[in-house]
Design a protein around this ligand. Structure first.
Ligand code: ZN
Length: 252
């Protein structure tokens, strides 16, 4: 049983449990910030898997504090790997560099809110197949935290009531979703759900092709294999000609 009660030395009235959990509360002194954030998410009954965005549960100024916690624990990992980071000039700042890379760069899609996307009414009444891509994919697999590098294409079939977003916004949404430890199959579904909810098109298709470095660097050590997967929604599921048209327009 995994229980994480508020640690309060004084008997607290029940209402105290319903109040927001602040990192600065005296009762939380010395407690890792990550534990406080996890508790907030449990109280809100929200999932915090590797590919979930948790920005709504991080308060202003806390990301820097979280970075320090990750740095300290990364230093523990280096110590356990028996690397002399004190005398080895190459690894002296590695704990901090890795912590910054995770929180501020490669996994920032977990910690930052969704990029602002302006939606416009479909004034031109576009109803032709539109393809955006290739959009660069930079991600990492949840299994090994190894890079997943590739590209994706998005096919949209708008209708008169569809909202329209600028072409560059598709890339920003993709970057946000891919900027988390991901599983390729789940990543394309997350991206499709997001674009679907923003634009409500008649049809939506996403194809992603990526190299998983966990297959080249370790494991089967196959440097050339690529994983391709796709998600088709609406008209792309029901109209074979539309689906064929989309797939035919993708570069081989
Ligand atoms: Zn992997």
């Amino acid at each position: 049983m995994n229980m994480h009660p508020l640690r309060n030395p004084r008997p607290a009235p029940v209402v105290a449990l319903c109040q927001p959990v602040h990192a600065t509360d005296g009762v939380d002194a010395g407690r890792p910030l990550s534990s406080i954030i996890r508790e907030r998410m449990r109280l809100a009954d929200k999932r915090f898997h590797a590919n979930d965005n948790i920005s709504g549960f991080i308060q202003a100024g806390e990301l820097e504090q979280l970075l320090e916690e990750v740095e300290a624990k990364m230093q523990d990992v280096l110590d356990s790997l028996v690397i002399d980071t004190e005398h080895d000039h190459n690894t002296r700042g590695t704990a901090r560099r890795v912590a910054k890379m995770y929180l501020n760069e490669v996994f920032k899609g977990r910690y930052l809110p969704q990029p602002a996307i302006t939606e416009f009414p479909n004034a031109e009444r576009l109803n032709e197949l539109m393809i955006v891509g290739p959009i660069a994919v930079r991600s990492a697999c949840s299994h090994h935290f190894c890079p997943v590098i590739g590209k994706l294409w998005i096919g949209v079939l708008p209708n008169q009531n569809t909202t329209v977003i600028g072409l560059s916004k598709y890339a920003r949404l993709a970057e946000w979703v891919m900027g988390r430890p991901q599983i390729q199959e789940e990543a394309v579904v997350q991206l499709a759900d997001l674009i679907q909810s923003k634009t409500l098109p008649d049809g939506l298709a996403i194809v992603m092709e990526a190299s998983h470095f966990c297959m080249g660097w370790r494991g089967v050590k196959d440097m050339n294999s690529k994983m391709v997967n796709s998600v088709m929604r609406g008209a792309f599921l029901t109209e074979m000609t539309l689906r064929r048209e989309f797939l035919a327009l993708l570069p081989k």
